[in-house]
Design a protein around this ligand. Sequence first.
Ligand code: S3P
Length: 440
Amino acid sequence: MPKSLIIKNKINKFKKIISVDGDKSISIRWVLLSSLAKGISKAKNLLVSEDVLAAIRAVKVLGIKSHLKKNNECIIYGKGIDGFKYKKGIKINAENSGTLGRLILGLLVNTPHPIKLVGDKSLSKRDFKRIADPLSKFGVKFKLKKNKNLPLTIMGTKNLKHIKYVENKGSAQCKSSVIFAGMRTNGISRIIAKKSRNHTELLSKYLNLPIKIKRAKKYDHITISKVNFIRPIKYNIPSDISSSAFFIVLTALSQNSELLIKNVNINPSRTGIITILRKMGVSIIFKNTKLYKGEKIADIQIKSSNKLKSINCPTKLNSGAIDEFLIIFLVAAKAKGVSTFKNLGELNQKESPRLKWGTYILDQIGIKTIATNDSIKIYGNPNLEIKKKIVIKNFLKDHRVFMTSVIAALSLGGHWKIHDKDSIQTSFPNFLKIVNQIKV
Ligand code: S3P
């Protein structure tokens, strides 16, 4: 039986300091790059969630050992850039993780034997052609279910050809996977990538890998050459802004409350939610800002707001807030006026079709929306108070649908039954623990 969560009461006003779990994007990149480093890599504050554990298991299948301690420290014993043991009949399970599934393919481009990549029900519905297409240009062969989905088989080659690739979706997963493949390829691979999170580039730069980035207004021009050596990576992983987002919004929507979230990654390619919420009238301040291995980190202070304004969201903010729109829609629901969000087709490519789920949740809480395949108009109601019973289920166990529903229940009221509590294990296992810390 799926475990569900019942919430019947709004949260009382609070003033708290919290820490949220480690950054998922950086944790997965740390695992993958450490697996090809020569020597012992160590991470502190690794996100110990199902997506990251799947990454650790994936590199184990390729012969890379690791040791995960109870305090979220992790050690990976990398064997160098050619250290993967490509045995016959390898199967890798990316489970729920698009990031793992897509990024690891970039590292597997030199496999001499076919490798099968599988995933869970949600990942098996997602688009892998977007990654098979550019990697095929290197000379890699793919077999995909229905030409698009998992399970897929990748057959690498020794004779990788460097490529030129234009990444048009603003997908960091596609960009990163091609960067990884470029690291295995003689010659210079060139990528023109629509702006998206740049953790792969920052980590590669920090490691002195042969990557160059020229920033233009909407696109980055990246070149990457063959990598011969990666040194071990000691990394103290900052907290995830995408996980922080749920508590930022909980505070924004609550009465007379205040929250400080410690040591969060505020890489500008990830702070779309901050820009959007500030425009909507939420007070958010960065404190103790510092640079760590190229990443910007700060404590985030949020105060609740009783004057939320609607937004006509500039589409240039989409990629920097791509995982946060469900929760941003809740703020729009409570804002004065009509908010508009456009060019969001990518949202329906996530763990569940999130634009549809966002619309559904808003409908359940009595908010009028007009949605298309890639846009939504939200008719906000500053007096929004939910009184009815709401059941949220069958959402493909999308962790962000679950957590958004919890925040809606705690901040807007109503009597909620939210299914698939375990979904938080994919990205934010401590989510409900932190909810309880804030409650007391
Ligand atoms: C991620 C990139 C984004 C994001 C995902 C994590 C990454 O996906 O939604 O949660 O770590 O590179 P896309 O690259 O598909 O936009």
